[in-house]
Design a protein around this ligand. Structure first.
Ligand SMILES: Cc1cc2nc3c(=O)[nH]c(=O)nc-3n(C[C@H](O)[C@H](O)[C@H](O)COP(=O)(O)OP(=O)(O)OC[C@H]3O[C@@H](n4cnc5c(N)ncnc54)[C@H](O)[C@@H]3O)c2cc1C
Length: 399
């Protein structure tokens, strides 16, 4: 019987990992299945652009995996039973109905969605850019706004800054504001912070600093001190949260619900399970948890893939670097900031801003999309065979 590897989620982490596993493991003794709820690869890093009305052509996962040997199953994962090594799925079509998938090795990469933090009115009235359908819904709402309409972005993280600048640039007729709990760009170097402030001034974005939003209503948001901020549209951008599915499965999870993994991205409670991307609680080379980001999705999926292959083929697990060099923030289509950081993720004094940084960011986004769309690029002539008979016991021996 072949060794069954099931990858849950075909976002940045899962799609990369599935392609990479198929590229390096022999189909003679491994079977790779990737399960994803929707048929397209969603470039989450561009969802604020989608909401701003830009035309982003989705990539079909069926095309991405065509000819790779990866079996794509379009279904929603509803449960994981790590004791029985099975995954419960609800199919999208009659043929792909409800059912169960068994695995020998599982890579859990279901990503994240918006973190609402239980703030009243967010679920009912606020919009977000964390998923394709929510970004499209926001895009329709923004398109309906007439001149002078008010948009409030809540959250001064990278996504909040990118969203506010994108909306202000594409719709100069709207009145765009951002509510920040602290100071805008406080973590940036002084020069980069000045660049950010100039960009906000140029785009006419109002900044409400030291303003935690405690309630959202249909046409306004209420701050902790009772201030009312007019908002025909509130865009909630106060962080990402993972689905409670991992916690419910009995896998050991952190307070955030992310799966706790060791340095090789293997679950600390269930050695047949690996996690990568937003849903992995992984410690970076500086001893701190990796943030939820595409960069972390890249590191963790590379490390998980390398560990799975090494353990199955009986070789030593290589260590992939889990280290940030910088943060890259778009400020609309013609401006950006690339802030270099040190090993402790403190901003260095050097940063790159303006059109060059915007071009670089565009290259990074294109590169990430390209690597997903070309999973067989660099396919080795000889794929690696498993070390021993591919059953659970031998995997443990190889480990
Ligand atoms: C607007 C925006 C801008 C961003 N910009 C940046 C940036 O500039 N740089 C950066 O590093 N990061 C950025 N990020 C963060 C980055 O996009 C995420 O950290 C990254 O997508 C995480 O990758 P992932 O593979 O873990 O999850 P995802 O990319 O979210 O993929 C998860 C996959 O799992 C599927 N899935 C989820 N639940 C189920 C289920 N129950 N059943 C089946 N399938 C399911 C989803 O359909 C999806 O395909 C941005 C995010 C947003 C929203």
């Amino acid at each position: 019987m072949k060794h069954r590897i099931v990858v849950l989620g075909a976002g940045y982490a899962g799609a990369f990992a599935a392609g990479s596993l198929a590229r390096r493991l022999s189909p003679a003794d491994t079977e790779i299945t990737v399960v994803n709820a929707v048929p397209d690869f969603v470039e989450r890093m561009r969802l604020h652009q989608l909401a701003a009305g830009q035309d982003l052509t989705p990539r079909k996962l069926a095309d991405v995996f065509a000819g790779t040997g990866v079996r794509l199953r379009l279904a929603r994962v509803t449960g994981v039973d790590p004791e029985r090594r099975s995954v419960a799925v609800t199919g999208m079509t009659g043929e792909e109905g409800d059912g169960e998938l068994s695995y020998d090795t599982l890579l859990y990469a279901l990503g994240s969605s918006v973190a609402r933090h239980g703030v009243p009115g967010v679920a009912e009235y606020a919009f977000d850019v964390t998923g394709r359908s929510s970004a499209l819904r926001l895009g329709e709402r923004l398109a309906d706004l007439s001149e002078g309409g008010t948009v409030l972005v809540v959250g001064e993280g990278l996504t909040g800054i990118e969203a506010a600048t994108e909306f202000a640039e594409s719709r100069p007729d709207l009145s765009v504001a951002l509510a920040a709990r602290g100071e805008l760009g406080a973590w940036l170097s002084p020069k980069a912070r000045r660049h950010l402030r100039r960009a906000f001034d140029r785009l006419g974005i109002t900044v409400h600093e030291h303003t935690g939003i405690e309630a959202v209503e249909p046409t306004r948001a209420i701050a902790a001190d009772g201030t009312s901020i007019p908002a025909d549209v509130t865009v909630w951008s106060a962080g990402f949260a993972v689905h409670p599915l991992a916690a419910a499965s009995g896998l050991e999870v952190a307070e955030s619900g992310q799966i706790i993994v060791d340095r090789t991205m293997r679950s600390v409670s269930h050695p047949d399970v690996y996690a990568a991307g937003d849903c992995a609680y992984a410690i970076g080379d500086n001893g701190r948890p990796l943030p939820m980001s595409c960069a972390s999705a890249g590191f963790t999926s590379m490390q998980a893939t390398a560990a799975i292959i090494a353990r199955l083929t009986g070789s030593e697990v290589p260590a992939v670097g889990l280290k940030y060099h910088g943060n890259h923030i778009s400020l609309g289509r013609r401006d950006a900031i690339f802030q270099m950081v040190d090993a402790d993720v403190r901003s260095k004094s050097w940063y790159l801003g303006g059109r060059t940084a915007a071009r670089l960011k565009s290259g990074v986004l294109n590169g990430a999309g390209w690597s997903i769309a070309h999973p067989t690029f660099g396919m080795p002539r000889r794929k690696r065979r498993l070390a021993t008979t591919p059953d659970r016991a031998s995997v443990r021996v190889a480990a």
